[in-house]
Design a binder for this molecule. Structure first.
Ligand SMILES: Nc1nc2c(ncn2[C@@H]2O[C@H](COP(=O)(O)OP(=O)(O)OP(=O)(O)O)[C@@H](O)[C@H]2O)c(=O)[nH]1
Length: 415
């Protein structure tokens, strides 16, 4: 299958199949959205409306009107059918296209800065030559893509241009996109999924990262995501150091509808973890998400604290924590790489959550992180809303970088 056909399938999904899936899996969603007044669910309702708009704009571009009529009719039947079901279980799955739109919106700053410069370059040069490559190299470095990745990409581009005997700079964005996905995905496609425990066993996720990167917000968003998948989530307020951290997590717990296990400020985080594991097991929860303090100023303290927390958790549940997610703020650029290096030295980080990707024009940092640290970026923060935390997806990311340039290629790709 060609790159663009694969990209198209991924980005827009199959709207009709998605409707059928939602009908089978989540029969009570519409009732929940109409009948409840909780803030979380109101937000979901808003999200639904947004998705309808987004889906219809996707239809304009990619789906013929007949297919979208079928979807519309099915949707109406669905509302009538499910009005009699009472207990909501899961939220309706967002469509593939609505997730793609989130990446597009979240990467707007990067697109406006980096991609518009690429467009200028293409307009100025018209012909692919060494000077063109050199300027492109500079642009990629400015977008924080990282030296090694840029070099690898440039080698691949030169090779491809030669192989296909490409002379014209038009369409170079499409080739850059293809090569970026290739570089990102090489050899490590499966690592984006969270390591969830089977058979209803408790999954423990430990969050680490310095203060201010958006750790608490991310924990709240992840809890919301897991809850909307039908999981029971408990939160552990393990940041007992920063003033207000416990209350802030409690606010998120209330918003999302999760129990928060906490002690007073200044208490031992390991003791909080112990209580939290007991509580989560008693409640037969599926997931326990643990906040921790991010004191980077003193590496020895940080190491001791995380070691103790680890020890307590794995004494209660062998092999836990199942994930250690490092929250990094994308707007801090290269500094995020330095933080990651330090955390990597003190604990076994299994994945990165890159927050505030929507707030930077240097979204290339995703590629630098992957290349420098060899730790998968599992989630990206694409905005402040509850559902703006998305599993990282290389194809959607690349689409977010070159959306306008790629739309034409996608439309022309084989059906
Ligand atoms: N635009 C945007 N803002 C975000 C994102 N993630 C978090 N934020 C915002 O960043 C700010 C800081 O997030 P918090 O979770 O409160 O982080 P903190 O309390 O300063 O510190 P920690 O919890 O220790 O990281 C808040 O205003 C969040 O709404 C994101 O992905 N995009």
């Amino acid at each position: 299958m060609s790159f663009f056909k694969r990209l198209k399938d991924k980005l827009i999904g199959n709207p009709i199949e998605e409707k059928v899936e939602n009908l089978v899996e989540e029969p009570s969603t519409e009732l929940k959205l109409e009948d409840t007044v909780e803030p979380v669910q109101q937000e979901s309702s808003h999200k639904e409306e947004q998705e309808k708009v987004e889906e219809s704009s996707a239809s304009e571009v990619f789906i013929d009107s007949q297919a979208s009529n079928v979807v519309e009719e099915e949707k109406q039947e669905e509302v009538q059918e499910i009005a009699i079901v009472e207990e909501p279980v899961k939220e309706k799955k967002p469509s593939a296209w609505s997730i793609t739109q989130k990446f597009k919106a979240g990467l707007e700053k990067t697109r406006n800065s980096f991609t518009s410069k690429v467009n200028d370059l293409v307009a100025r040069y018209r012909k692919v030559d060494e000077d063109f490559f050199e300027e492109l190299e500079d642009l990629l470095l400015q977008a924080d893509v990282g030296f090694e990745t840029v070099m690898e990409l440039m080698d691949k581009l030169r090779f491809e241009v030669q192989r296909k005997n490409i002379k014209d700079t038009n369409g170079i964005q499409a080739i850059i996109s293809e090569k970026l996905v290739e570089i990102y995905e090489q050899g490590e496609e499966d690592l984006i999924e969270l390591n969830m425990q089977p058979n209803g066993e408790l999954t423990v996720i430990l969050f680490v990262g310095v203060n201010g990167v958006g750790k608490t917000t991310t924990i709240g968003k992840l809890a919301h995501r897991l809850k909307s998948e039908g999981k029971t989530v408990v939160l552990a307020a393990g940041d007992t150091f920063r003033a207000g951290a416990i209350d802030q997590l409690q606010v998120w717990g209330d918003r999302v509808g999760c129990e928060v296990i906490k002690q007073s400020e200044g208490s031992d985080p390991a003791a909080v973890m112990y209580d939290a594991i007991r509580a989560a097991k008693n409640r037969k929860a599926d997931v326990l998400i643990c906040d921790t303090a991010g004191r980077l100023q003193n590496k020895v303290n940080l190491m001791n604290e995380l070691e103790k927390v680890h020890r307590v958790i794995s004494r209660e549940i062998p092999n836990a924590p199942h994930e250690v997610l490092l929250a990094l703020d994308a707007t801090t650029g290269q500094n995020a790489l330095v933080q990651a290096q330090t955390f990597k030295e003190v604990t076994n980080v299994t994945g990165i959550v890159l927050t505030k990707l929507d707030g930077t024009a240097k979204g290339g940092i995703v590629l630098a992180i992957r290349n420098k640290l060899h730790i998968p970026v599992k989630f990206v923060g694409l905005g402040e809303k509850m559902d703006d935390l998305q599993p990282f997806d290389a194809e959607r990311y690349v689409y977010g970088l070159f959306a306008e340039g790629l739309d034409k290629e996608l439309q022309n790709s084989e059906e």
